[in-house]
Design a protein around this ligand. Structure first.
Ligand code: NDP
Ligand code: 8X3
Length: 250
């Protein structure tokens, strides 16, 4: 049976790599993000392999999120797999000097955005008593590091929400799990440091996880037999032992 997956944050990094991985395995795709040109070019590339529909909305906007998902054409309405991936860190500052706009962005996108998308998708899953939700957490959801305060808080919330979803959706046979990577070389640090040169050094001196490494693990989780649910995965690159211990060689 062909499956349909909705991936948020599909215009970059882990979400885009997951779209490519799923396309290889003939999963139909609903790709979401705010950058229309990127949505168009990814759709063009992947349409050779699978059916693709794109949705442009900001997950912070509750109405637009619900409207966009409600607007899906009939052939994309039955969502089997939801990858809640859209998110970023904004800033890396001690709590006493953190920026309120950064705090809003992280809580609104990483936590509330994930909830809005889930709110729009879950009713179809409960009705059909079928579905699989993977939330992209982080090692930052398991361990707090200096200056990580609010980002770590948002990712701890993602893990708590994941557990809550798994409990509440258990009667419907819906699988829920989290994939929690450590350092992954994507546009993440460009966003966190707002284009500042601090981003240039984050992935230097060691081989960080690549978005494709995470995408393969996400596909592994969604391709298990019906009785198997991967509840929680923590993955690091070999050079990383914890949020603060990374073996760098210069
Ligand atoms: P990228 O910056 O490469 O990708 C982030 C994606 O999220 C983009 O596609 C972006 O799309 C989307 N996005 C951001 N804000 C919004 C918004 N307001 N509305 C809709 N979409 C939005 O980062 P990653 O691929 O690394 O991050 C993906 C997820 O992985 C995040 O949840 C992140 O916290 C998590 N993660 C990342 C790690 C890392 O080290 N890179 C490690 C652990 C977890 P667009 O701008 O087009 O809207
Ligand atoms: C992203 C990994 O260590 O930058 O969630 O928080 S880290």
């Amino acid at each position: 049976m062909r499956k349909t997956a909705l991936i948020t944050g599909a215009t970059s990094g882990i979400g885009r790599a997951t779209a490519h991985e799923f396309a290889k395995h003939n999963i139909d795709l609903i790709l979401c993000g705010r950058r229309q040109q990127r949505l168009d070019s990814i759709k063009k590339a992947l349409s050779r392999e699978t059916n693709v529909h794109t949705l442009n909305f900001d997950v912070r906007d509750r109405e637009k999120t619900l409207e966009a998902i409600a607007s899906l054409p009939k052939e994309f309405k039955n969502i089997d797999i939801l990858i809640n991936n859209a998110g970023n860190a904004h800033g890396l500052d001690p709590i006493q000097s953190g920026d309120l706009d950064d705090w809003d962005a992280m809580m609104d996108i990483n936590v509330k955005g994930l909830l809005y998308v889930s709110k729009a998708v879950i009713p179809g899953m409960t009705e059909r008593k079928f579905g699989h939700i993977i939330n992209i957490g982080s090692s930052a959801g398991k361990e707090v590091y200096p200056n990580g305060n609010v980002y770590c808080g948002s990712k701890h919330a993602v893990l708590a929400i994941t557990e809550g979803m798994r409990i509440d959706l258990n009667p419907y046979g819906i699988k829920v799990g989290a994939v929690n990577p450590g350092l992954v070389e994507t546009e993440f640090s460009e966003v966190r440091f707002k284009g500042d040169s601090a981003a240039d050094n984050v992935y230097k001196g060691y081989k960080a996880l690549q978005a494709e490494d995470v995408a393969e693990v996400i596909y592994f989780a969604v391709s298990r037999p019906a009785h198997v649910n991967i509840a929680d995965i923590l993955m690091f690159c070999t050079a990383q032992a914890s949020s603060t211990i990374v073996k760098k060689e210069f």
